[in-house]
Design a protein around this ligand. Structure first.
Ligand SMILES: *[C@@H]1O[C@H](CO)[C@@H](O)[C@H](O)[C@H]1NC(C)=O
Ligand SMILES: *[C@@H]1O[C@H](CO)[C@@H](O)[C@H](O)[C@H]1NC(C)=O
Length: 263
């Protein structure tokens, strides 16, 4: 019996990916591997990630040319279920639950990252939280690591970025110098549509009667500002006739717009 039980136990351990994990972000959901990732990074990398969903990027090598492990372990937005994208707003207080399964110590930090092709992994603003010794080996992980609190950058800093799912992630980056391991965990975020923050706004289906009936316009005076705000905040570009921001100047306009909206 014993001779049978031991091999079975070993076999089962190797079947449990969680047993290999060094730290896990248990909430909210992080980016996971899928078909697009497998194509971009290769089968070896895909199998490594699938076997150890929260392992370090070094164990994912070798990878195909063009696979960037230092951005979300190479995991791609196109593989993520839509429900895993968090709808957030600038300056929002956020939390992340981390399970330090196998502590290693080392610095870690949280940042908002531009994952668009042009953004190429650039930070948006500064670090949202930093730790000198994450998942420490010397003591149980402190409460502010297992329930990691941070605040998203403000509207002026985010500007017109992160408006589309897949454009931005919150990334937890942890390196363990003693083990030469690097860990990346990515949470997809998208900025809430501006309309959702103006509950007083008139429904889009409200007929624009005042425009064609001057008398009614006077009678509906109190409703007019709210309506105007809706169109301005809903789509400044359309309201002002400005093209979508591409240059520095128009992206400044985007920041000004964001400031108006959020403060
Ligand atoms: C986390 O808590 C420790 C005390 O346990 C404190 O020294 C440290 O500054 C805190 N770090 C962050 C990022 O909140
Ligand atoms: C951020 O984390 C990385 C990975 O541990 C580390 O190399 C870097 O020094 C950290 N930077 C700050 C400012 O915390």
């Amino acid at each position: 019996m014993v001779y049978v039980a031991i091999p079975v136990a070993l076999l089962c351990l190797s079947c449990l990916p969680a047993a290999l994990a060094h730290a896990r972000v248990t909430n909210p959901p992080i980016r996971t591997p899928g078909a697009a990732f497998k194509l971009a990074c290769g089968e070896t990398s895909f199998n490594a990630v699938s076997g150890d969903p929260t392992g370090h990027i070094e164990e994912q090598e070798p990878v195909n040319a063009g696979c960037d492990l230092t951005l979300c372990r190479g995991m791609l937005f196109s593989d993520q279920p839509a429900k895993n994208v968090l709808t957030v707003h600038p300056s929002q207080a956020m939390a992340m639950n981390v399970d330090c399964t196998i502590p290693h110590g080392g610095p870690a930090n949280v940042s908002l990252i531009d994952t668009t092709a042009g953004g190429s992994g650039a930070f948006i603003g500064s670090f949202l939280s930093t730790f000198d010794d994450f998942c420490p080996t010397t003591e149980p992980a402190p409460a502010n690591q297992t329930n990691l609190q941070y605040t998203l950058p403000d509207a002026a800093t985010i500007g017109n970025k992160c408006q589309t799912p897949g454009d931005c992630v919150v990334q937890l980056f942890w390196a363990t110098p003693d083990f030469s391991q690097n860990y990346y965990y990515c949470i997809d975020v998208v900025m809430a549509a501006v309309e959702s923050t103006t509950p007083a706004a008139a429904p889009a289906t409200t007929p624009a009667a005042p425009a064609t009936t001057p008398a009614a316009s006077a009678g509906n005076a109190p409703a007019a500002p709210s309506k105007m705000l809706t169109s301005v905040t809903g789509n400044l570009a359309a309201a002002t006739g400005q093209a979508a921001p591409t240059s520095k100047t128009s992206s400044n306009a985007g920041r000004r717009r964001a400031r108006i909206l959020w403060f």
